[in-house]
Write a protein that binds this ligand. Structure first.
Ligand code: NIG
Ligand code: FE
Length: 425
């Protein structure tokens, strides 16, 4: 086996142990494997070998063309996976941030025409080329923070043309830079202004025009809906997600974010791959998610950023056997961050995950939430060579040393795509 790249002498090479995911009451979060003085060998786009440096060096052929990275004193993990982002927006909403700082609530601002609907008005004014130019550089920030794959939702278009435009931009961004984007159709993110008095008219448009087009043009893998009081009801979620499923789009759902509701149960009923937010779930909801095999995707940075105090009951989920995943919820309103390490810090402090659980939740479990667990999320031969060399002595620093950029080198599909530049002194 000819190695094209080898990362060697790392203080730690760390990976989730389990290669595939099972719902299990005893071992839902799995555990980490840690190689001290570790190495990862890569051949083309794939991982060839992982283990102690001497073992890996003995397993692969190294030639003069093999790129060698010395990771002495550093830590290597799988590339982080962000399973819930809203990156296709045009213009930002720092005005709302300031209003919230001064005491207005997210819902108040939304009722007054701000929030998602304000982003919708902006995006509709952008051409495909303008939107592409806005979204493309955002991927650099994900990479700089160690994220190599994201799930990317539409949802700021809310008309057939603007939703298709958003999904086409996701497709093009995917082709033009290294971060992999997994597309989700979120036409049911809000009711747009022009349908405020005719919500069933908008839902009809989703069912009869948008979903068939999205499916026909293979523009999305998943269909999501914002199921929350004042947005979409559980019944509407059932209707839209069932129709999406018939067309081959796997359901996802924003559920139980701001108040208790029926969203988590609908996720179980329609066989969603994941249910997201889940800040207000009951013991029964957790049981239903377990029985139906739904991955919970938790977004503590949205709770933090909205200055709320009610965080998802993550420990109860783990105890019930659910494989908890974490995400940034990257969007211009409720969580304007691309940083998964930030989500890990918040998960440790507010959700009481251990740093090990937080790493599993941002790698393998996050990959499972977007149906990529067979390809990414752990370091194993045959998986894609998506790797991060972090400037830290052990994996715990990812959550412990917060709010700074620790990623030093990022490898995507076997190629170095980001390298932090050294201090110019
Ligand atoms: O996940 N919850 C729904 N959607 C986003 C908010 C998007 C926005 O405010 O622009 C979220 O938090
Ligand atoms: Fe979201």
């Amino acid at each position: 086996m000819q190695a094209t790249l080898i990362i060697e002498n790392a203080n730690q090479v760390v990976t989730p142990k389990r290669s595939s995911f099972e719902f299990s009451r005893t071992e839902s979060m799995g555990e980490l494997v840690i190689y001290e003085n570790g190495a990862v060998a890569v051949g083309g786009e794939e991982i060839l070998a992982v283990g102690p440096t001497q073992t890996v060096l003995a397993q692969v052929e190294i030639s003069s063309t093999t790129q060698r990275i010395d990771a002495r004193g550093k830590t290597v993990t799988p590339g982080l996976v962000d399973p819930h982002t809203h990156p296709v927006f045009f213009g930002t909403r720092e005005n709302e941030f300031e209003m919230r700082v001064l005491g207005r609530s997210y819902q108040e601002i939304a009722r007054a025409g701000g929030g998602i609907r304000s982003s919708v008005r902006s995006l509709r004014q952008a051409s495909h080329a303008e939107l592409l130019a806005a979204v493309l550089p955002r991927m650099q920030t994900f990479l700089e923070n160690g994220t190599t794959t994201i799930e990317a939702k539409s949802g700021y278009g809310l008309s057939p043309e603007d939703e298709i435009k958003s999904l086409e931009v996701i497709r093009e961004v995917n082709q033009r830079q290294p971060v992999d984007l997994v597309p989700t159709f979120l036409g049911a993110h809000e009711i747009p202004d022009e349908f405020r008095n005719d919500r069933s008219g908008y839902i009809r448009q989703i069912l009869e025009i948008m979903l068939p087009r999205v499916a026909d043009q293979h523009l999305a893998e998943f269909c999501d809906i914002f199921c929350e009081e004042g947005v979409y009801s559980p019944e509407e979620a059932r209707l839209i997600l069932t129709a999406a499923k018939k067309l081959g789009l796997r359901p996802k759902i924003h559920a139980n974010q701001l108040a208790p509701g029926g969203g988590a149960k609908i996720a179980s009923e329609v066989g969603a791959i994941s249910a997201e937010h889940l800040d207000y779930v009951s013991t029964e909801d957790i049981q239903a998610l377990f029985t139906a095999g739904v991955v919970p995707v938790l977004l503590p940075s949205a709770v933090f950023y909205l200055n709320l105090t009610h965080f998802a009951p993550a420990r109860a989920m783990i105890e019930a056997g659910l494989p908890v995943a974490l995400s940034t919820d990257y969007n211009p309103g409720t969580s304007f961050t691309e940083s998964m390490p930030m989500a890990m810090t918040l998960a440790c402090i507010q959700l009481h995950l251990t740093p090990a659980e937080a790493l599993i939740a941002t790698t393998l479990n996050a990959a499972m939430a977007i149906n990529r667990g067979h390809l990414i999320g752990s370091l194993e031969s045959g998986k894609l060579a998506d790797l991060v060399v972090w400037n830290m002595p052990n994996y715990r620093h990812l959550a412990y040393h917060f709010g700074v950029g620790l990623a030093e080198t990022v490898i995507k599909r076997g190629k170095m795509v980001y390298k932090k530049s050294p201090l110019l002194i």
